[in-house]
Design a binder for this molecule. Structure first.
Ligand code: B12
Ligand code: SF4
Length: 513
């Protein structure tokens, strides 16, 4: 017989200005724990804009047997401070971490507070978290990493179920907050990705739990969740899958999904992520008919050599074709694009800029995008041995660009982008998150975003002639700042106005005890 435990599951406050979104992973664990007879208090401190003191107080009052926390890159330090606060206030229960960040950063988390927590449950924890609640001993649970007598112990990998339909639906206790913050509800249609790009954490995160690259829920199971959400009043969802189109089965799964969604009669806008080799004219058209309005698309580069280095498994031609199809169907595209990596050259930058200009209607988080080197990925391992790193910031290993002209260009562009990054984030967030605002409001934000993008492209073009001369680069930057300052103030005012009209607010940083 299972002993019922009192659990707090916590999505911690985060040190970021982006607007908070729900933590679906914890919502699954909450539903699974309730199903197994445990009493769960679900605390989304990020969405409720709690500060650390408030979170600490709530947890101490509840005094649960187990606390499960999902730290992120932006909450790493906060979570450490919270654990120390709880322990110094005589909290004696068990504490476990899990999720992607904790799995990859297990060693640094254990180095910081290994003696204060039970440990980390890596990878998908639908079964292992229940096992931990049952046994109470992290050393008996597969896939755990913990500290024992000062040493770090890694238990062998767990086995996860391939049948995602058997999972209970996630707990939606934060639904009213989701609606208040105007973020679409998150829905998971699959886990993993059939791609295996060298820089991607998703592909290697799967390896904590399974050999399989991709596992999908059945269309029926997904649509029944969408219908449930619609009955609650939801009209926009973000399918958080990294690759909604997982299988190579002639799109049978997707076609069935479209049919069932049509039959359900619900009215739901949605956004999903896909690979460029999944983009086909007819399927995009059918998806649009049932509510698809935006996609996140991993293009990454318009230089074939870079695509090969990133193991994207696609060609520049396929990238172009996918973008053209999506544009033809008026789908907003949030395009993953990586301008800089250690081996970037000026010739490549000029090539990329030509395509960024051609596809300037895509949404990118600025144009000064640099390859993120998370631990665990193949490219991080390769570059560590080839070039070494300068240090680490969050989950990102830091490096220089080897070509000096490309490096000068990067720093100049970064200095331009950094100065306006709060404005950038404010303008882009409703478009890229996306926010659940009217289509008309979405378009207004998009237009403002386009003005920033055009400015960026212009700045890049004007900096290029001076890449071998840092002094001239600086002077040109100053001149550009002066030239664009009035327009930026105007965009800022218009953005504030739109935020007011749409009832949106900017994320707060509530990270101090
Ligand atoms: C939705 C999402 C977000 C959302 C919501 C985050 C949240 N609160 O959960 C938003 C948009 C806010 C977001 C922001 C960011 N994200 Co994000 N995000 C995702 C995405 C697409 C899906 C996550 C998800 O819901 N998965 C579905 C659920 C069911 O799975 P899960 O979360 O993995 O949970 C399972 C296990 O991990 C585990 N688990 C999770 N938590 C816990 C806790 C405990 C105690 C235990 C035991 C187990 C456990 O059990 C769960 C069930 O099996 C992932 C990609 C991915 N596939 O994971 C990227 C991803 C996690 N994000 C990423 C990044 C980089 C970011 C940002 C830093 C981006 C940025 N530059 O701003 C920010 C960080 C901000 C923040 N504070 O989180 C990277 C992480 C890379 C890395 N190595 O760390 C990913 C992998 C995307 C990618 N392809 O690179 N993100
Ligand atoms: S296609 Fe996207 S999600 Fe899949 S492995 Fe590549 S980068 Fe990761």
């Amino acid at each position: 017989m299972t002993v019922s435990k009192k659990i707090v599951l916590l999505s911690p406050p985060a040190n970021t200005h982006r607007t908070p979104e729900e933590c679906l992973g914890l919502e699954y664990l909450a539903a699974e724990s309730i199903e197994c007879g445990h009493k769960v208090d679900y605390v989304d401190a990020w969405m409720s804009e709690m500060n650390l003191k408030q979170v600490g107080k709530i947890i101490l009052e509840k005094n649960p047997d187990v606390i499960g926390i999902s730290p992120s890159m932006d909450s790493f330090q906060i979570v450490i401070d919270l654990v120390l606060f709880l322990r110094s206030n005589q909290y004696k229960g068990q504490i476990v971490f899990g999720g992607i960040y904790a799995s990859f950063e297990a060693e640094s988390l254990l180095a910081a507070i290994g003696s204060q927590i039970d440990g980390i449950l890596t990878g998908e924890a639908d079964e292992t978290f229940q096992e931990f609640l049952r046994t109470g001993k992290i050393c008996d649970v597969s896939g755990s990493i913990y500290q024992y007598q000062g040493r770090i112990i890694r238990n062998p990998r767990q086995k996860v179920s391939d049948n995602l339909d058997s999972l209970p639906l996630p707990l939606r206790e934060t639904f009213s907050l989701v609606r208040k913050l105007k973020t679409p509800s998150h829905v998971m249609g699959s886990r993993g990705c059939r791609g295996n790009c060298s820089f991607c954490s998703v592909a290697c995160y799967q390896q904590f739990s399974t050999e399989k690259r991709w596992r999908g829920r059945s269309p029926k199971n997904i649509v029944s969740e969408l219908v449930d959400l619609s009955k609650k009043g939801e009209d926009m969802v973000k399918l958080i899958d990294d690759n909604f189109f997982g299988q190579r089965d002639d799109k049978q799964r997707e076609k069935r999904f479209i049919q069932l969604l049509k039959d359900s009669g619900i009215n739901m806008r949605f956004r999903l992520s896909l690979r460029v080799d999944d983009v086909e004219d007819d399927i995009i058209e059918s998806f649009k008919q049932v509510g698809l309005f935006a996609v996140s698309l991993g293009v990454e580069s318009f230089v074939q050599k870079k695509l090969n280095d990133f193991a994207k498994g696609v060609t520049v031609k396929q990238n172009i074709r996918a973008l053209e199809i999506l544009h033809k169907h008026d789908i907003y595209v949030q395009m993953g694009h990586i301008m800089f990596w250690p081996f970037t050259t000026m010739a490549e930058i000029e090539e990329e800029l030509l395509f960024l200009e051609k596809f300037k209607w895509t949404v990118t988080k600025g144009i000064c995008t640099k390859l993120f080197l998370a631990d665990g990925t193949r490219i991080t391992k390769r570059l560590y041995s080839e070039i070494g790193f300068k240090g680490k910031e969050g989950a990102n290993n830091l490096y220089e660009i080897i070509d000096s002209k490309a490096n000068n260009f990067y720093y100049a562009l970064r200095s331009w982008t950094k100065e306006f990054s709060p404005l950038y984030e404010q303008v882009i967030d409703p478009v890229s998150s996306p926010k659940n605002v009217t289509q008309q409001m979405y378009e207004s934000f998009y237009k403002l975003y386009m003005r920033l993008k055009e400015m960026d492209l212009e700045v890049a073009k004007r900096l290029i002639p001076y890449v071998s001369d840092p002094i001239k680069l600086q002077k040109t930057l100053e001149q550009l700042r002066k030239e664009f300052s009035e327009s930026l103030v105007l965009i800022g005012n218009q953005t504030d106005h739109l935020y007011n009209q749409a009832g949106l607010s900017i994320g707060q940083c509530n990270t101090r005890i």
